[in-house]
Design a protein around this ligand. Structure first.
Ligand code: KG4
Ligand code: ZN
Length: 362
């Protein structure tokens, strides 16, 4: 069974052809990072326009790389939500048109189920039940997955997502967008014990997260920083680009390493507690922030201590892509959990606030 996956929920226009829910024949991603970099974050209107321009060429490239024609595709899969409504609409509209024109079934996919499913592309026999940490630019959620397709929410962020926090700190420091990979790289040259930033809700029973406090703490610290002459690096709210100096770079890298440590420590501690309080036999970490090198190291240590394996997708499957959407759709279609055929899917709409629930029926 050949599935064409389409993903346009945020700032990546992506299409992929996946065979039998496991074999990635193509995985094309047109990133909009260059467009949004000037603003230090995603501008929804620009994202939407760029999807309109890029989606068809991206789909054509995915078909070409997979050496298949549209008529050989068995099922169309598309991200229905959550995400930016305008961006989602581009993918959903084109997917509906394709499915209608070709007379193929259409499977709507929850973006986070896509992220969780990405693990099955490389590790098809992940042991269930498992705890899944979904950490991206828009989400920081902890799920207990009894079996594939069954999700119990243990906790989620009450304010900023972890990736959003990386992006905002990078923006304050004029590092570029997306901030996560840049912070990750520079933090490796810093001392993660140099500064102590808050670990919000660490000692609370809840599995929820909160990352806005650490972001504010970093900002407050930056406003107070001075060079050896006592001159402030930043003044008031003006975070302009600084003259590069070794002294500043050392301070900056220490801030980044300490910030990253604070975020990672909370993510890892809550995941560990979730493993201890459930029957979990594995830990799965997905989403863009799952690329983070410190998170990977610390989570592997937790896995060793708890005696459970830890699974991360390869970086290309951590960040937004359409192979994960096709993979999730294959499972849904095979289990007859949710798909649309004939005219019925014309009612399907983008859902920017879609929640992840266990069973959908059509
Ligand atoms: O999953 P994703 O591609 O998009 C969303 O669904 O949001 O995740 C993007 C997020 C961005 O916030 C980006 O800064 C973050 O993942 N990210 C990282 C790293 N690589 C990407 N965060 C920390 N460390 C990284 N190495
Ligand atoms: Zn995502």
């Amino acid at each position: 069974m050949l599935i064409l996956g389409i993903e346009t929920s945020c700032d990546e226009t992506a299409a992929a052809v996946v065979a039998d829910g496991i074999e990635v024949r193509s995985n094309i991603i047109a990133s909009q990072h260059a467009i949004h970099a000037a603003y230090g974050g995603v501008v929804p209107e620009l994202a939407c326009r760029s999807h309109i321009e890029n989606l068809q060429p991206v789909i054509n490239a995915a078909l070409e790389q997979a050496h298949v024609t549209l008529h050989e595709i068995d099922v169309i899969a598309v991200t229905q939500g959550p995400g930016l409504v305008g961006a989602l609409l581009v993918g959903v509209s084109l997917a509906k048109a394709l499915a209608y024109g070709l007379g193929k079934p259409l499977v709507p996919v929850h973006h986070l189920e896509g992220h969780i499913s990405s693990i099955y592309l490389e590790y098809p026999s992940v042991p269930s039940p498992y705890v899944a940490l979904v950490v991206s630019g828009g989400h920081s959620d902890l799920y207990y997955c009894q079996q594939r397709g069954h999700y119990v929410v243990l906790g989620r962020t009450r304010d900023d997502a972890a990736g959003e926090c990386f992006d905002k700190i990078a923006k304050m420091l004029h590092l570029g967008y997306p901030g996560g990979p840049l912070v990750d790289r520079l933090a490796q040259q810093g001392d993660s014990t140099a500064l102590h930033f808050p670990r919000a809700m660490l000692d609370k029973e809840t599995f929820d997260f909160s990352f806005s406090g650490v972001k504010t703490a970093v900002r407050t610290h930056m406003l107070q920083m001075t060079d050896v002459q006592g001159t402030r690096f930043f003044q008031d709210d003006m975070f302009w680009p600084l003259p590069v100096s070794l002294e500043w770079e050392r301070c900056r890298n220490n801030i980044l390493a300490s910030f990253q440590q604070a975020v990672v420590e909370v993510l890892v501690a809550k995941t560990r507690r979730a493993v201890e309080q459930t029957e979990a036999r594995a830990i799965v970490v997905v989403g863009g922030v799952a690329c983070n090198s410190t998170l990977r190291q610390e989570m592997c240590r937790v896995g060793e201590r708890e005696g459970v394996p830890v699974f991360f997708p390869s970086p290309i499957l951590c960040t937004d892509n359409a192979a994960m959407i096709a993979c999730a759709a294959a499972h849904r279609y095979q289990m007859a959990l949710q798909y649309y055929h004939g005219q019925c899917f014309l009612k399907l709409d983008a859902q920017p606030n879609l929640t992840l629930s266990n069973v959908h029926s059509c």
